[in-house]
Design a protein around this ligand. Structure first.
Ligand SMILES: Cc1cc2nc3c(=O)[nH]c(=O)nc-3n(C[C@H](O)[C@H](O)[C@H](O)COP(=O)(O)OP(=O)(O)OC[C@H]3O[C@@H](n4cnc5c(N)ncnc54)[C@H](O)[C@@H]3O)c2cc1C
Length: 553
């Protein structure tokens, strides 16, 4: 049989070259501006070096392979003994090693200095353009570390055996007791079958093995319905102790080297996030050590959740950035009706609108990370209010964004040869875990009610941008005036979160982005509907300049 004739080579077939071999830091003006504005200019060289690796063909092939060959559960070994392990494709391990070597899991804790959270957030933004499943264990390790450090006095093994290995920029894939490893990772187990958001319904029981109290050993029995990255070396888990819901440190191996009673029952078959193993787990007489006091489990683990939510924001900003870059790259190369797609006015409007959204998300993510760099009252108040609001809005926008960016590639964007289906499937998860949309919006209301300086911190964030754009001034005046009423009305919580984030994003762009970007954002987002389709507003002025800035050639 003779093959059907085809145009020879990608150029002749009007097919764009792959988007790879780019330095993801150099080609992203918004990221560079945020890094400089929020105190991490000192990290530029390492970010540039990491940007080259994350944009390189080899790492991109790992990302593809790690998702095409999902993890496999091994419940038993060949002799019928419990194994409770997960096997991953080598590409997964290569990505984990890359992330750990770049300090994605540990950066600010291992080397604290002003701007360290921003530098780490920028690294995470670059990593998130590459692959998202491996972000789960990297984030959980990053987020658990301050909790472990805070409670290290009551549990000496944390400071002696665990923190040095968590801080190490080393990934050690071997399933061994932590003292035999070079590096360690930490996961989290809260969600049970009968309730995820409402963890008060947790049924896993914790019984003291001897004395009770902080740092003491307990026996755990029960199940976790979502238990991601189960090959982590230890977990922070919630369980019901005699004194109420409490937080425990649960290692995979006991101090004598025996395996702990953690059974991996099943791996979830997920929409996206496929390189990451998310298991259902059972605890059968597992030994865990109490972190904090009995009954204080939620406040203890909430410190970790603050950081995982920060990473949801950064991760969604990264996903949007990758989708945007893929879309612009394609539109610059693909021709239709006599010119490149990017040259058509309506396509330019779509791309410019996506670019505005992406730049606003990037700036917000970095600014939020900066609020975690500082411990003054204003920074603490700002992060308590802004973290749940940003988690709601930015993660929600990512799904619509991924769909629109996919469409820029036409039919080519819908097939698995393209990276767009992976981005599209990945997008919703940041909105669901670590507090789904409604739950984080209710947290915003709680933060506004409890955090005395919350409104003042918000006003301080907005006021330096006043007087630069009439739509911004009017929008923020209304927002601040509405705050007391809106914050007292559960049903309005989503609307409030959206308005609050849009105001902060606009303020950031007015202060740190070129005038056409700030003006385009204010004109298109502060004057009317937020839930509209990308590119449907009446033309972003200077769309060509906005798209040119968004992706340097
Ligand atoms: C891929 C993946 C991996 C995960 N990994 C982990 C993990 O490693 N560890 C872990 O502990 N969990 C993990 N989770 C679980 C995740 O955190 C929960 O699914 C999430 O918190 C929601 O809980 P739920 O599924 O029980 O939903 P529910 O709590 O039943 O909530 C369902 C819906 O109701 C809404 N809702 C809840 N309460 C209210 C209210 N008061 N008012 C209005 N609306 C409300 C929520 O916003 C949500 O939209 C993972 C989830 C996924 C998808």
């Amino acid at each position: 049989m003779s093959a059907r004739p085809r145009a020879a080579g990608p150029d002749a077939a009007n097919q764009p070259p792959p988007y790879e071999g780019r330095n993801l830091f150099d080609c992203d003006a918004a990221l560079r501006a945020g890094v400089a504005a929020f105190g991490a200019a000192w990290a530029e060289d390492s970010l540039r070096a990491f940007g080259a690796v994350a944009g390189g063909a080899e790492a991109r092939a790992w990302a593809r392979d790690a998702n095409r060959h999902p993890p496999e559960l091994q419940t038993h070994d060949r002799y019928g003994e419990r194994a409770d392990t997960v096997e991953f494709h080598p590409a997964y391990h290569a990505l984990m090693a890359l992330g750990c070597e770049a300090g994605v899991h540990s950066g600010p804790w291992a080397g604290p200095r002003p701007g360290a959270q921003v530098a780490r957030a920028a690294t995470y933004l670059l990593f998130g353009q590459l692959e998202n499943g491996t972000q789960c264990p990297l984030t959980m390790t990053f987020a658990a570390t301050p909790v472990l450090a805070r409670h290290a006095d009551s549990l000496p093994a944390l400071a002696r055996d665990w923190l040095p290995r968590i801080h190490a920029r080393a990934y050690d894939r071997r399933f061994l007791p932590v003292v035999e490893k070079r590096g360690a990772t930490v996961g989290m187990g809260m969600t049970e079958r009968q309730g995820g958001s409402d963890v008060r319904t947790n049924r896993t029981r914790a019984t003291p093995l001897g004395r009770s109290g902080a740092g003491e050993a307990y026996r755990l029995d029960g199940d976790k319905w979502f238990f991601s990255a189960p090959m982590c070396d230890a977990f922070l888990v919630l369980a019901q102790a005699p004194g109420g819901l409490s937080c425990f440190f649960l290692p995979r191996f006991l101090p004598d080297g025996a395996k702990n009673g953690i059974r991996l029952l099943r791996l979830k078959d997920k929409l996206g996030n496929r390189s990451n193993a998310s298991s259902e787990a059972g605890f059968e007489g597992a030994t865990a050590w109490l972190i904090g006091d009995e009954g204080r489990g939620v406040p203890v683990i909430l410190e970790m959740v603050g950081y995982t939510r920060l990473d949801c924001v950064i991760g969604s900003a990264a996903l949007m950035r990758e989708a945007l870059a893929q879309a612009i790259h394609h539109a610059r190369h693909r021709r239709a009706f006599g010119q490149t797609l990017a040259a058509h006015a309506l396509m330019q409007n779509v791309l410019a609108d996506l670019a505005l959204e992406s730049e606003a998300a990037t700036m917000l993510a970095l600014r939020l990370a900066q609020a975690y760099d500082r411990e003054d009252a204003g920074a603490v108040a700002l992060r308590r209010v802004l973290t749940p609001a940003a988690k709601f809005w930015v993660c929600k926008r990512a799904s619509a964004f991924a769909q629109e960016a996919m469409e820029v590639l036409g039919g080519n964007g819908y097939v698995e040869d393209s990276p767009m289906p992976r981005l599209y499937r990945e997008a919703p998860v940041n909105s669901i875990w670590e507090g789904s949309g409604n739950v984080v919006c209710l947290d915003l209301l709680r933060a506004l009610a409890r955090e005395r300086g919350g409104t003042a911190a918000l006003e301080a964030e907005l006021s330096p941008a006043r007087g630069r754009d009439a739509a911004f001034d009017a929008f923020t005046l209304r927002l601040i005036a509405d705050l007391p009423d809106a914050a007292a009305d559960e049903a309005r919580a989503r609307g409030l979160a959206a308005r609050l984030v849009l105001a902060v994003q606009a303020a950031l762009l007015l202060r740190h982005a070129p005038p056409e970007v700030a003006a385009g954002f204010c004109a298109s987002r502060l004057a009317g509907a937020d839930g509209r389709v990308f590119g449907a507003q009446d033309g972003v002025r200077a769309g060509g300049a906005i798209v040119a800035r968004a992706l340097a050639d």
